[in-house]
Write a protein that binds this ligand. Structure first.
Ligand code: FES
Length: 65
């Protein structure tokens, strides 16, 4: 499904760059070689990024200590 119409960016593309380290929409769009245009997608793409961050397992700090 398309996440950003202006740049033809899909949800899967946003999720993929989030998994590779993008934390903001600007970082995600830059990683995809574009930048926001109209801005109407920014809240939604940030939600996608946040979902990917939540899905990541947190480090077990007790194992480190
Ligand atoms: S829909 Fe993403 S910048 Fe316009």
């Amino acid at each position: 499904m398309i996440a950003c119409v202006c740049n033809a960016i899909t949800e899967d593309e946003v999720r993929a760059v989030a998994q590779k380290g993008a934390r903001t929409t600007e970082q995600a769009y830059a990683a995809l070689g574009c930048e926001p245009q109209c801005g109407s997608c920014l809240c939604y793409t940030q939600e996608l990024i946040d979902e990917e961050l939540k899905a990541r397992p947190r480090p077990n700090l007790r194992a480190v200590a």
